[in-house]
Design a binder for this molecule. Structure first.
Ligand code: ZN
Length: 154
């Protein structure tokens, strides 16, 4: 086996092959990362890049399908070499994925209302700009003697 890794701009004898095989480096990864039972990877089924079976997707791929993992465990992993280091991407079962939840405008409004309520002092009714401490039950102005809204000196 030759270890030539330089540019392949010369017509080579490979041309006579029926199909050009994968690059040698890729083939080495195939052997290392081709572990569908996960025997060498802590029981997690492992595939080389681009070799994962149908029906599995990364989180990013699920998002592109308007899906999310939905609490399911990692089903498998894809491994490859990136900058000389092993890199991994976790795969999820598309069949077990759940629809991505996008909050509606009404839900966002309700969240904002709830947050505003937590910032509003029940004594003076002013949005303090911070969450009212439950230990005080009112804003800091109301909690501090002699500096209430009414008695505040200039
Ligand atoms: Zn207050």
């Amino acid at each position: 086996m030759s270890t030539y890794t330089g540019p392949r701009n010369q017509p080579s004898r490979r041309r006579t092959r029926p199909r050009p095989g994968p690059r040698r480096r890729f083939r080495r990864q195939l052997a290392e990362f081709d572990d569908p039972t996960g025997a060498r990877h802590g029981g997690l089924p492992t595939y080389p890049w681009h070799m994962a079976p149908e029906g599995l997707a990364t989180k990013r791929q699920l998002l592109a399908l308007e899906l999310r993992p939905g609490g399911q465990p990692i089903a498998a992993q894809v491994m490859w070499i990136r900058h000389g280091q092993p890199a991994v991407a976790y795969l999820y079962d598309i069949a077990k994925a759940k629809p991505k939840r996008i909050p509606t405008l009404a839900q966002l409004h309700a969240i904002e209302k709830a947050l505003a309520a937590r910032r509003t002092c029940p004594l003076c009714g002013i949005d303090a700009g911070y969450t009212i401490p439950t230990s005080l039950g009112c804003c800091l102005n109301c909690a501090t003697p002699n500096t209430t809204q009414e008695g505040q000196a200039a």
